[in-house]
Every structure is written in structure tokens, then in C-alpha cells.
Design a protein around this ligand. Structure first.
Ligand SMILES: NC(=O)c1ccc[n+]([C@@H]2O[C@H](COP(=O)([O-])OP(=O)(O)OC[C@H]3O[C@@H](n4cnc5c(N)ncnc54)[C@H](OP(=O)(O)O)[C@@H]3O)[C@@H](O)[C@H]2O)c1
Length: 380
């Protein structure tokens, strides 16, 4: 594994961090983490030098923090790794909520300190709200008490909202969505440079766009891949792009299978700044145009919306809709939608409560997009 320094410290972070948002599950139930398989993935990662583990209050319907805490505690490996978790800002209505949530998270994680603590999924509205509640004072105190070592934030809003947040507090690091499709989306390239100018570290989330840019190429996409005669896998190309940036300290991938863990460790052990060739960059430009043209909904399947009161599998439906176009596979995706999504959970059952849109870090007009997806997928 290759490592990079957390700026202004002597802490070395592995280039690959483990995102615990997409762990293997049982019975198709997000809350039921398959502890045996997930523990094997974590152990393999630890044994191969991955030292950054990212969780959050809401991942796996609130089961992720406890699972990670239990695993590290029971195996006696808490001191071996850095643990990152996040303040669920949307749950904070008064100052006391900050302390209450942090204490609960320490308990979930079975630890008395959190290495990296982030204000979770900030947009300008959310940040202003917690700022008024006194979050800066809370962050000072959390660090002074030793409960938190490094303070940061994760960001999902337009670039214009980024700089005011970055400048509002002496953060130690910032976490942004960055991949070859999103270099000018949200914080993007400009945000990455701003973080470096500030002299702090960047942690990257969704480097594979939640899996969207790494599926096995077929159809037109395969023709593009074949025309470049490369041995790289889609994951290697996408991660190389991120690793090539010197502003990046570590990238997080939400890995759910051993194949993914093994491959991503190999990639992050092999490549670093300066590894991306001109030919690979040309390929990325062509792929980026293709994906941008064919993607219908900019969903990264983070599943922050998975609490839909009607049980609509929102990200799954958007995946069918996108993949029908990206892979030219409309008939298959329509069949999957018709057969695998029960009528009572189909997109036309949306009651437009808007809860999903409040949770969506991509700020997608989910209600409208569901209508379009349903109409396309029900077509024969
Ligand atoms: N703070 C925030 O607001 C926020 C938001 C989003 C994410 N995050 C954090 O950032 C982490 C990373 O984001 P992400 O999970 O979206 O990362 P990502 O690496 O962009 O996407 C992960 C998905 O990519 C696919 N994948 C991973 N490795 C692969 C490989 N070698 N070959 C083929 N496919 C591969 C898997 O999809 P399949 O399951 O389809 O195979 C996996 O679920 C999350 O786990 C979470 O901890 C934070």
C-alpha cells in the first residue's frame, strides 16, 4: 500500500480508505450487515495496509458504526487504524444535540476517541443552520476534550457554497465527491485546489461514482474500451485518475466484495501521483463524454434516500434507467423493472412527500426523475 501524509501532521494515511456504506448484507436488508463476510473484508484490508475506515450515523440504516466498532473492539485492532465518522447535521436542532450525538457515536464505535470527525453532507442551508446553533464552539470543545482528533466536513452542494464553508472554521481536512465524471460537479477540480491552497488534506468519496463507471463494458462502451487497447480495468482507470492528483490524501471506496477489496488495494499500492499517462487521459475524455451523454439521472446509489415510506427502491430504479442507456440494454432493464420491482413499490407509487429529496446529497429532483424512469421502463 502507498501512503500520503495528512497535511500538518506526521500521520500517514493509506491511499485507499474503506467506506463502510456498501458492506455485504443479508436477505436484501440494508440493516442486516453480513457480519461474517464484512469482517473478512475489513480484516483483509487491515492486513494489506488500509488504515482509514469511514462510517457514518446513517449508513446501513444506522448499523454501520456499531458493526465497525464491534469488529475493531473484539479483534483488538482499534489502535491499528484511523476511524472516521460524521455528525448527522440534519438531526441537530439545538446545541445539546451535538454532544448527545457525538457521545452516542463513541458508544456505537466502542471507543473514547474518533480520529476523523466530519460535519456530514454539508450544503449551504445545512451549514448555516448548524453554524447558528454554535457548531464551531462544539468542534473546538470536541477537539480539546480529546474525543475528536481531526475535524472536517463532507460536502454536497454547488461549488459556490464550498468556499464559504471551507473558510468558516480551521478544518483539518475536507471530503468531496471526485471522479473523472465529476471534476466540474459540486466542489470538483476547483474545490480540490481550494483545499490544497488552504494547506489541508482532501479525502475523496465516490471515486468510482458509486460503481457507475466501473461496470463491465458492453455494447458501444466496449467498442470505446477496445479502441484504446488497454489492459486496465475500469476501476484501475478511474482510481488512477484520482490518485494522479497530488492534492488528494486518501480516497474512499465503498467495497462490498472481496474481489473489489483485493483489486482496489492492488491499484492503490501500484499507482500514485504521475502514474496516469496521456493516452489514459485521452481515454478518460472519451469515456466522460459518453457517460455524460447517456446518463439520465446523476444518482450515485449512495442510498441516503432508502427510507422511502412507500418502499420505492429509488436508486435501483435509477440504475435500471441509466444502464438501459449506457449499455444499450433497454429490453433487459425493462424486464428487470417489471419483474423484480413489485407493483406496490414501483416508481408510480410515489406520493411526492419529498423526503427523499431532502436526503439526497446530489440534490436530484427525485420525484420528477421517478416519473421519467417509470414511463421509460414500463414502455414495451
Ligand atoms: N459524506 C458523504 O456525504 C458521503 C457520501 C457518499 C459516500 N461517502 C463515503 O465514501 C465512501 C466511498 O463512496 P462510494 O462507496 O460511492 O465509492 P465508489 O468507490 O465510488 O463506489 C463504490 C461502488 O463501486 C463498485 N466497486 C468498488 N470497487 C470496485 C471494483 N474494483 N470493480 C468494480 N466495481 C467496484 C461497487 O459497486 P457494486 O456494488 O455495484 O459492485 C461499490 O459499491 C462510502 O462508502 C462512504 O463511506 C460519504
Amino acid at each position: 500500500m502507498r501512503y500520503r501524509l495528512l497535511k500538518n501532521t506526521d500521520v500517514k494515511l493509506s491511499q485507499l480508505g474503506f467506506g463502510t456504506m456498501r458492506l455485504p448484507i443479508l436477505h436484501n436488508n440494508e440493516k442486516l450487515i453480513d457480519k461474517e463476510s464484512a469482517s473478512e473484508l475489513l480484516q483483509y484490508a487491515i492486513d494489506h495496509g488500509v488504515n482509514y475506515y469511514d462510517t457514518a450515523w446513517n449508513y446501513h440504516l444506522k448499523a454501520s458504526e456499531s458493526f465497525l466498532g464491534e469488529f475493531l473492539h473484539e479483534t483488538g485492532q482499534r489502535e491499528k487504524v484511523y476511524v472516521a465518522t460524521k455528525l448527522p447535521c440534519w438531526e441537530c436542532r439545538e446545541y445539546a444535540d451535538f454532544d448527545r450525538l457525538l457521545d452516542q457515536q463513541l458508544e456505537n464505535l466502542k471507543t473514547d476517541y474518533i480520529d476523523f470527525y466530519l460535519l456530514h453532507a454539508l450544503d449551504s442551508y445545512r451549514f448555516n443552520k448548524i453554524h447558528e446553533l454554535g457548531v464551531a464552539d462544539f468542534m473546538d470543545k470536541a477537539k480539546a476534550s480529546g474525543k475528536v482528533r481531526y475535524m472536517g466536513f463532507s460536502f454536497h452542494d454547488d461549488y459556490e457554497a464550498f468556499r464559504p464553508i471551507l473558510d468558516a472554521y480551521p478544518f483539518d481536512f475536507a471530503q468531496i465527491q471526485y471522479n473523472y465524471m465529476d471534476d466540474d460537479f459540486q466542489a470538483g477540480d476547483r474545490g480540490l485546489r481550494d483545499i490544497a491552497d488552504k494547506g489541508i488534506s482532501s479525502v475523496i468519496m465516490e471515486p468510482l461514482r458509486g460503481g457507475q463507471i466501473v461496470k463491465k463494458p458492453v455494447g458501444k462502451l466496449k467498442e470505446i474500451w477496445d479502441s484504446f487497447h488497454t489492459d486496465l480495468t475500469p476501476a484501475a482507470l478511474a482510481l488512477k485518475y484520482v490518485l494522479n492528483r497530488e492534492e488528494v490524501t486518501t480516497l474512499l471506496s465503498g467495497m462490498g466484495t472481496m474481489e473489489e477489496v483485493v483489486e482496489n488495494i492492488r491499484i492503490c499500492s501500484e499507482y500514485g501521483v504521475g502514474s496516469l499517462t496521456e493516452k489514459e487521459m485521452d481515454m478518460i475524455r472519451v469515456l466522460r463524454d459518453y457517460y455524460r451523454n447517456e446518463t439520465r439521472v446523476d444518482c450515485t446509489a449512495c442510498n441516503y434516500c432508502n427510507d422511502c415510506p412507500e418502499g420505492i427502491p429509488i436508486s435501483r430504479i435509477f440504475t435500471f434507467y441509466n444502464e438501459a442507456h449506457i449499455y444499450g440494454d433497454a429490453a433487459n432493464m425493462r424486464e428487470k423493472y417489471k419483474k423484480n420491482v413489485k407493483n406496490k413499490h414501483k416508481a408510480n407509487q410515489c406520493v411526492e412527500c419529498g423526503q427523499c429529496e431532502e436526503a439526497c446529497p446530489q440534490n436530484l429532483p427525485i420525484r420528477e426523475d421517478l416519473k421519467k424512469a417509470h414511463s421509460f421502463l414500463m414502455d414495451s
